[in-house]
Ligand binder design. Structure first.
Ligand SMILES: [Zn+2]
Ligand SMILES: [Zn+2]
Ligand SMILES: [Zn+2]
Ligand SMILES: [Zn+2]
Length: 227
């Protein structure tokens, strides 16, 4: 597995690198975010409750997203977003529940402002075979307008975790699925060494992407936000 270091990410408004633990503090002070908010406030229409959601992989906390979501949007919109940015491989079933995995299921038709209060944490499961488990916590809320018509705004996201080539310790760009499946080794490789790596039963090593699902089921990315 990749070496553990304090996780860092990037503010989507100003592009600055920030520590995972300092995201809320940065977002409340970020001048570029403030300008975006002020511009959104000039739009016509009513304000609504907006929820700051901290999203992270349940097992690998170096994968995280800070989202702002409309209270009037449903959990379906959040499910769609998580699938697009992190999870979708073969259209598996997914579910939200309150508390742990086996907690009470919450319908995707529910509105965000019915479900989240500050401090409430939901678990999202994608795929009941090779499961991806994501925790979503409401860490703040404000009354206002969201820039754009979409239900979610990406505010910050982790940088791709560093990985060192298993053959030379240089930064790796690819993952060998044969190493992972047959030898249970996180077989990450520099591009040069991916070409000469002896394994081929599972095809060429796949590019590393910024998702906690990489290497699970058929997931290969692209791990890009849908909007
Ligand atoms: Zn910023
Ligand atoms: Zn799959
Ligand atoms: Zn190498
Ligand atoms: Zn291999």
């Amino acid at each position: 597995m990749p070496r553990r270091k304090p996780s860092r990410g990037k503010c989507a408004y100003c592009g600055k690198e920030i520590a995972k633990s300092a995201v809320s503090k940065h977002l409340s002070a970020c001048p570029d975010r403030r300008a975006t908010i002020e511009k959104a406030e000039e739009k016509k229409g009513a304000s609504e409750m907006l929820f700051h959601l901290r999203v992270q992989d349940a097992w690998r906390g170096e994968f995280w997203l800070d989202l702002e979501m409309r209270g009037s949007a449903t959990l379906k919109a959040l499910d769609d977003y998580l699938r697009a940015i992190w999870l979708e491989c073969c259209d598996h079933l997914s579910q939200f529940s309150i508390g742990a995995w086996r907690g009470a299921e919450i319908s995707k038709k529910r509105r965000v402002d019915e479900v989240f209060k500050e401090g409430i944490e939901l678990t999202h499961i994608y795929d009941f075979g090779t499961s991806s488990e994501t925790l979503i916590k409401a860490v703040g809320m404000r009354k206002g307008k969201l820039a754009g018509a979409r239900p979610i705004a990406l505010m910050a996201r982790n940088l791709m975790p560093e990985a060192q080539c298993i053959e030379c310790d240089q930064p790796a760009a690819r993952l060998c699925m044969e190493c992972l499946i047959e030898e249970e080794v996180w077989g990450v490789l520099r591009s040069k060494h991916a070409k000469t790596h002896p394994h081929s039963d599972y095809g060429d090593p796949i590019p590393l992407v910024n998702s906690p699902r990489l290497g699970m089921c058929g997931y290969e990315g692209p791990a890009e936000p849908p909007y």
